[in-house]
Ligand binder design. Structure first.
Ligand code: PLP
Length: 435
């Protein structure tokens, strides 16, 4: 495919071509391959504050932030310092260290529903372990997930998944046997009636319900208050475990995540991204009576060679400490609100049907006629138009998620100047698209 960009990036092109010879598709995670927008990815050389720099020497304002973790921006001095100090004490022990307890205590203090927490090495491991725990705790098999929510590449959750599975139009991957997904039941996000009907029919067999409490993986979709309330009421009534997948929203929408923002109390929470400060960390935590079923405290097996890795723990501690001591949330909310207002005004001015959906520092510009509330309305948006917008922004130095079905993230290293740059780039892009 010809690259839709007007800017030549010969070094990126060559480096990507080289990568395709030894790495499937040239990338180690599919969303990075630009499948949703066409063309080939930039190859990153380094990152600093709100910026990414590619191998051709171009600079981009980074609204991906490694798909969420870099809420403080890249190379935050406190995180760099803590990480180097940890490395100097050895990279991995395979034995307990105090940094694990320190981060666990910070997570427990931040999220009231989390009384105990177990660290793993990715968000996928966190959700995978959370559903195993829900099944082990209840002695039931059925798991409910919502169409378009993405919970990592766990076999049993890779049905009607969002993120790259949705972008690439592969909701069910070859290699996932029917047996793995037959106990995963798919409902529509925000559909209260369907939820109530389903629980009325099958409530006693449902081990757990997993959801993104604010969806980022179909683009940004907020939950309705009624949907959240019914979920809590029904799961409680039927003895099913309510699992909030806060891998993306945890420490992002507020220090205590989406559940703090809404005042919700799930039974189990999956975490990742920000808690590792840019290093591979995931976690699942929740009610102590449930978490005490995890081995070796209980019988539900879960393990990991690098779980609780000291370097990753140190980066997570430094990140959370900074977020606690200098909370960026209000400023991020205001900054993102202004970006949203600016882009909305330009989209209106140049006559593009659009919905700018946002909560705090997470946002998506959908090219759609009506509010996007679930999978069906998300896939109805104009992906080609989004692809054009993506490249117009890219060529103006603004790096957005390379899919209509991903949320953009504003980071704390961004200033009013970056905000103006973004609005100007968006306005120029949307004008160019109208011509
Ligand atoms: N859950 C959610 C909500 C996510 O957004 C992601 C990744 O984007 C995951 C789980 C999987 O996390 P990881 O990619 O670290 O395995």
């Amino acid at each position: 495919m010809t690259n839709p960009s007007r800017v030549a990036r010969p070094k990126s092109a060559a480096a990507f071509e080289r990568a395709t010879r030894s790495i499937p598709g040239g990338v180690n995670s599919p969303a990075r391959a630009f499948g949703g927008v066409g063309g080939t990815p930039i190859i990153v050389k380094r990152a600093d504050g709100p910026y990414l720099f590619d191998v051709d020497g171009y600079r981009y304002l980074d609204f991906i932030g490694s798909w969420g973790p870099m809420i403080l921006g890249h190379r935050h001095p406190a995180v760099v310092e803590a990480t180097i100090a940890a490395i100097n004490n050895g990279s991995s022990y395979g034995a307990p260290c105090e940094l694990e307890t320190e981060l666990a205590e910070m997570v427990v203090a931040a999220i009231p529903s989390v009384e105990m927490v177990r660290f793993v090495s990715s968000g996928t491991e966190a959700t995978m372990s959370a559903i195993r725990l829900a099944r082990g705790f209840t002695g039931r098999d059925l798991i409910v997930k919502f169409a378009g929510c993405y919970h990592g590449h766990v076999d049993s959750l890779l049905v009607s998944a969002g993120s790259s599975a949705l972008t690439l139009g592969v909701p069910n991957s070859p290699g996932v046997p029917k047996g793995c997904t037959q106990d995963t039941l798919i409902l529509q996000y925000n559909d209260v009636q369907e939820l109530a009907d389903f629980f009325a029919a099958k409530g006693g067999q449902i081990a757990g319900v997993i959801l993104e409490p604010v969806v980022g993986n179909m683009g940004l979709i907020p939950p309705s208050a009624e949907f959240r309330k019914e979920l809590r009421r029904l799961t409680h009534h039927h003895g099913s475990v309510l699992i909030y997948d806060e891998v993306m929203t945890g420490f992002r929408l507020s220090y205590g995540g989406a559940q703090e923002l809404f005042g919700d109390t799930p039974d189990v929470t999956a975490l990742g991204k920000i808690i590792g400060g840019g290093y591979p960390v995931g976690a699942y935590g929740g009610r102590a009576d449930i978490l005490k079923k995890v081995m070796p405290a209980g019988p539900v097996f879960q393990a990991g060679t690098l779980s609780g890795n000291p370097v990753a723990m140190a980066a997570g501690i430094a990140t959370l400490r900074e977020l606690k001591q200098n909370p960026p949330y209000q400023r991020l909310d205001q900054l993102t609100q202004q970006i949203a207002t600016g882009i909305t005004a330009a989209a209106k001015q140049y006559g593009h049907a659009h919905q700018l959906q946002r909560i705090g520092s997470m946002w998506t510009l959908f090219f759609a006629n009506a509010p996007v509330t679930n999978y069906q309305t998300a896939v109805a948006s104009d992906k080609q138009k989004f692809a054009r917008f993506f490249w117009e922004m890219m060529d103006r130095g603004v790096y957005l998620p390379c899919s209509q079905f991903e949320a953009a993230f504003t980071c704390a290293a961004m200033t009013d100047e970056h905000l103006q740059e973004t609005i100007t780039a968006a306005s120029d892009s949307l004008r160019a698209m109208a011509q």
